[in-house]
Design a protein around this ligand. Sequence first.
Ligand SMILES: Nc1nc2c(ncn2[C@@H]2O[C@H](COP(=O)(O)OP(=O)(O)OP(=O)(O)O)[C@@H](O)[C@H]2O)c(=O)[nH]1
Ligand SMILES: [Mg+2]
Length: 260
Amino acid sequence: MTLLREIASQATSFDFMSLRNVALIAVMGATGTGKSTFINKACDGNMKIGRGLESCTSEIQLSPFFRLNGRNVCLIDTPGFDDTNRPDSEILKDIAYYICEAYQQHIQLAGVVFIHRISDSRVTGVTRRNMKMFQQLCGTDAMKNVVIVTNMWGNVDKADGELREAELRTKSIFLEEAIKNGACIIRHDNSANSARKIISELLKNDPVTLQIQREMLDQRMDVIDTAAGAELNRELMEQAKKYQKQLEELKKESDGVCNL
Ligand SMILES: Nc1nc2c(ncn2[C@@H]2O[C@H](COP(=O)(O)OP(=O)(O)OP(=O)(O)O)[C@@H](O)[C@H]2O)c(=O)[nH]1
Ligand SMILES: [Mg+2]
């Protein structure tokens, strides 16, 4: 099957016609960061919220349309990275196929929201990788249409939260490059007003084409060969090498014990 046919077959359940003349904004981030909650606040919607420990949103869903600043707006709820049951390669593929099908139907994104819990006391290796993968998915040119939303400020001491925010903003392993290229970090207080203000910021810009859309459709790349896919693959290969080394060391040690 050709790449374009494959994309189309995965995304046929979506009615892209209804999205013409709608400001379409994708909401991404790790599982449990509050993507569906944020969307519900913005549109007064009823997307399913996960109160348990397992990932909740398992496939791409569209919010109801809502009016904001004279525009019809629709938010794309995405399955979170670092899902309880699905690998990030599948999550990336779901998101990539959906937005590529939209691009093929001449529907551009008005912007992208990436949610990060400021209450997390550490950025784990997986979160760091997913931040990088997200940046590669959007690409430098689209960064002015990206808002990094920090939430759960109520669960952290304010001064600690501010230090974490500064680190995210200034360290190259996190979001420094994204910020330099025009992305902004905005605090969200979990109110409808705050969510709608964040969306309003994105409505000020012209719609944008993401790097992964260009790569997959203009350059006919497979998702794993795109910059975002390569970022994921690179990390997984490094992990595989690390585990292989650990296994070899364990084997050497156990051989040593057996030879005593
Ligand atoms: N304190 C606080 N809790 C929040 C906020 N946003 C979400 N939550 C809680 O975080 C949990 C997960 O929220 P969801 O909206 O389901 O998160 P999600 O990112 O959609 O998760 P997945 O669908 O698994 O990717 C729920 O218990 C929410 O009530 C927030 O801004 N502040
Ligand atoms: Mg969700």
